[in-house]
Design a protein around this ligand. Structure first.
Ligand code: BT5
Length: 260
């Protein structure tokens, strides 16, 4: 039986972070941790406050898509007040923190799919969503949302797309969500605090973990479909796509299908 109590006290107890996860707001069930985190910013939530739920009824992905997070999964949002220059790096910080913590707790070796998927053995085990409110150069807040399929038997959830997996399905055993959350919070903080001096190495590690690069891809970005070779990523996170005619486009947001 996997230890799986997620009380705020069990998460914060001797947690070796300076500020991320020192305040935890826990719900066994809520609509979306993004929604609640956003409300908390309006009540003056402290930097690094975390909203965690065991189950979401209206979890969301990008572009108002649905993120399913039934019991056994992990859903959390981290409230931050970064300088505007660090906003493009938050997806890199969050993605690498998920990779590091899954690897540390399970031994699995996740990879990343641009822009925001974490894959294990080619299937999506985690999705990341960054939402922020910025006016001019002032960041009102940024929220990192992370969903991980931890202890789910995917065949029990036909509504989750077949390109998904869970840590327990990959391992054939359950995983402590508590251990994973605590490690995740430590990893997010470590990377986030490195940004002022180590932003370049975070970008490089993120780029090196992308399964997308060097592959023939189809990208849907807004109403436009692109096809070409995903050549590289820029340090602001944009994907550099080489077209068959040799030209290059930088794509800031989109959905990638690997074609080879
Ligand atoms: C994402 O969006 O992958 C970001 C997901 C972020 C979820 C977290 S949970 C905590 C916080 N609170 C929230 O309400 N959200 C954040 P996107 O790239 O748009 O992918 C969404 C797509 O992933 C859906 O359209 C489905 O195809 C697929 N999907 C939905 N649920 C899934 C699951 N549990 N596992 C794998 N794939 C899933």
């Amino acid at each position: 039986m996997v230890e799986d109590s997620l009380s705020p006290a069990s998460i914060t107890d001797k947690l070796e972070t300076r500020f991320i996860g020192q305040q935890v707001i826990y719900y066994s069930r809520l609509t979306s941790t993004m929604e609640v985190a956003k409300q908390e910013t309006q009540q003056g939530a402290a930097d690094g406050t975390v909203v965690i739920a065991s189950e979401q009824t209206a979890g969301r992905g990008r572009l108002k898509r649905v993120w399913l997070s039934p019991k056994g999964s992990l859903a959390l949002s981290i409230i931050l007040y970064p300088s505007v220059v660090y906003l493009p790096s938050l997806i890199m910080v969050a993605s690498l923190a998920v990779v590091h913590s899954i690897e540390a707790v399970t031994g699995l070796k996740p990879r990343l799919k641009w822009p925001n998927d974490v894959l294990v053995n080619g299937r999506k085990v985690s999705g990341i969503l960054i939402e922020n409110s910025v006016r001019g150069n002032i960041v009102n807040y940024a929220i990192i949302g992370i969903g991980v399929n931890v202890n789910l038997r995917l065949p029990d959830f036909p509504e989750i797309p077949p390109a998904a997996t869970s840590l327990s399905d990959e391992l054939g055993r359950g995983v402590s969500r508590l251990a994973l959350i605590r490690r995740l919070l430590i990893e997010v903080e470590k990377l986030y605090l490195t940004l002022p001096t180590g932003g370049e190495s975070i970008y490089q590690e993120w780029r090196d973990n992308l399964v997308t690069l060097g592959r023939r891809v189809q990208i849907k970005s807004g109403k436009t479909d692109y096809e070409g070779i995903a050549e590289s990523v820029a340090s602001d996170g944009g994907l550099l796509l080489r077209h068959p005619d040799g030209s290059l486009t930088k794509i800031v947001a989109g959905d990638v299908t690997l074609r080879d």
